[in-house]
Design a protein around this ligand. Sequence first.
Ligand code: AMP
Ligand code: ZN
Length: 113
Amino acid sequence: MSECLFCRIIAKEIPAKIEYEDKELVVIQDINPQAPVHLLVISKKHVAGTQDMDAQDRLLLGEMVFRAKELARQRKLEEGYRLVLNNGAKAGQSVFHIHLHFLAGRKMNWPPG
Ligand code: AMP
Ligand code: ZN
C-alpha cells in the first residue's frame, strides 16, 4: 500500500469528493477550502513536485492546466480563478504528489501570503 495520500485517494483507498477523472488526472475538492471553490487537479502519476519532473511530465503539466481551464469554463468561473502549485515545504507544499490548486469564487489578493 502506498504511503502517499494522493496515491491512496487515486486508488480509492481513501475517500474524496471526486469532481472529474480521466486516464491521467483526478480532480477532487480540497478538504480545507481556502476559497468558495477550491479544487485540486492531481496527476495520477506520482511525481513529488516540479523538481522531480522528467521530460514527459511537461505534457502532464499541460494537461493539468488545460483541465483547470475546462473546469473554469464549465462552472462559469472564467472571470477569475487562481492556479497555485506549491513546490517544497518552504513554499507551503504539504502533500508531496504534484497537484494544482484551483481557487475561485472570491477576490484574490496579491502578493499571496
Ligand atoms: P499543498 O499544501 O500545496 O501540498 O496542498 C495540499 C492540499 O491538500 C491542502 O490544501 C490540503 O487541504 C489538501 N488535503 C489534505 N488532505 C486531503 C484530503 N484527504 N482530501 C482532500 N484534500 C486534502
Ligand atoms: Zn503519490
